[in-house]
Design a protein around this ligand. Structure first.
Ligand code: PHE
Length: 358
């Protein structure tokens, strides 16, 4: 019986050696430690043994049982350990690898230029004033001192929403420039509504007016039916043409680089007197002459002037006591010059190949 126990233990331990997975281990447990296993049968046969043999056989059988149970535990741990090692190998993760960048959206190039313009003027103390896109003829033209038969008022140039037949001489249209915002802003500050005495001591103004403008035009590489403008307006006492020149030259340096030179040329707008256009030295050829500046060495970037007395009065400022300057620039044109974009239509085509370059 004792020999049988030794063999039984040796066989079991040998069988255990070959086991490599949990399922086989469970079968091994049933075969060698289960109720029907040879070892358990030895315990069952104890009663049939001579009394004096029982203690020794019993003790040995218990030792075999303990050693098999211990071997089972050890094997179970070993299997778990190998499974873990295997998982660590196959599911290896390098936490020090940099993440994959997520594709981020970006701002439209015009939005970027607009924000740059806001930022520069904010540093000079200008506030942003937003004005409506839908205007009346009165604000878009009349109050800005456009004579009644000015060519810009023709049907070909403006998008009319309600025509003259519906509204007499004050049709509704999409604004053709941001300048009507000058009147809205001045009236908001002065409280003047176009009739009666001018207010006594209206506060000064220093604003920019950004927004979309619309013109009924043939769409070409240079002209679009909608485009943005940023208008500027400063009204107060003792504001001079020198202030306008200083402000705009400083703007040009901040926008295009400290070394950039600018110049003013006489021009004409109904709502400014005197009127000017500002050119900056061509930053492509530094003034030498190239295709971007059409061999002039200069690039036109904005219109400007001293606010016309009629316009000041229409806004509620006494033109004898107050002066002001105004300017208007086109962010599309500035962006086109800056990045040498040759066709304004790119801005509205939503072509990712174009937009992703900014
Ligand atoms: N409104 C003018 C335009 O659309 C620009 C401008 C604004 C000129 C303010 C002078 C003063 O061309």
């Amino acid at each position: 019986m004792l020999d049988q126990l030794q063999t039984l233990q040796a066989n079991a331990l040998q069988a255990l050696e070959a086991i490599t997975d949990e399922a086989a281990l469970e079968q091994w447990r049933i075969a060698h430690l289960g109720r029907k296993s040879p070892l358990m049968q030895v315990f069952g046969q104890m009663n049939s043994l001579p009394k004096e043999e029982r203690p020794l056989v019993g003790r040995t059988a218990n030792q075999v049982k303990n050693s098999l149970e211990a071997a089972l535990q050890a094997k179970r741990h070993a299997l778990q350990e190998t499974a873990l090692q295997r998982a660590l190998q196959t599911e290896r993760l390098d936490v020090t690898l940099p993440g994959r960048p997520l594709p981020l959206g970006r701002l439209h190039p015009i939005t970027q230029t607009m924000r740059q313009i806001y930022h520069i003027f904010a540093q000079m103390g200008f506030q942003v004033y937003r004005s409506r896109d839908v205007e009346t003829d009165e604000y878009n033209f009349q109050l800005l001192n456009f004579p009644p038969h000015h060519p810009a008022r023709e049907m070909q140039d403006s998008f009319y929403i309600q025509t003259e037949t519906d509204r007499g001489d004050n049709p509704i249209l999409l604004r053709t420039h941001t300048s009507p915002g000058q009147i809205h802003a001045m009236r908001a500050v002065t409280g003047y509504h176009g009739r009666g005495a001018l207010p006594e001591n209206p506060p000064p103004i220093r604003i920019i007016l950004p927004g979309m403008c619309y013109r009924y035009e043939q769409i070409t590489a240079r002209a679009s039916i909608q485009f943005t403008q940023v208008e500027g307006l400063a009204v107060g006492k003792h504001i001079t043409l020198g202030d306008l020149k200083g402000t705009l030259s400083d703007f040009a340096r901040r926008m295009f680089g400290q070394q950039v030179r600018s110049r003013f040329r006489a021009s004409h707008f109904p709502f400014t007197e005197p009127s000017a256009e500002m050119d900056i030295e061509c930053f492509v050829c530094a003034g030498a002459g190239c295709s971007v500046c059409k061999h002039t060495g200069w690039l036109e970037i904005l219109g400007a002037g001293m606010v016309h007395p009629v316009v000041l009065r229409n806004g509620g400022y006494h033109p004898e006591k107050y002066t002001g300057y105004a300017f208007g620039m086109g962010p599309e044109r500035i962006t086109m010059l800056k990045y040498r974009i040759e066709d304004i239509r790119y801005f509205w085509q939503n072509d990712m190949r174009f937009l992703e370059q900014f």
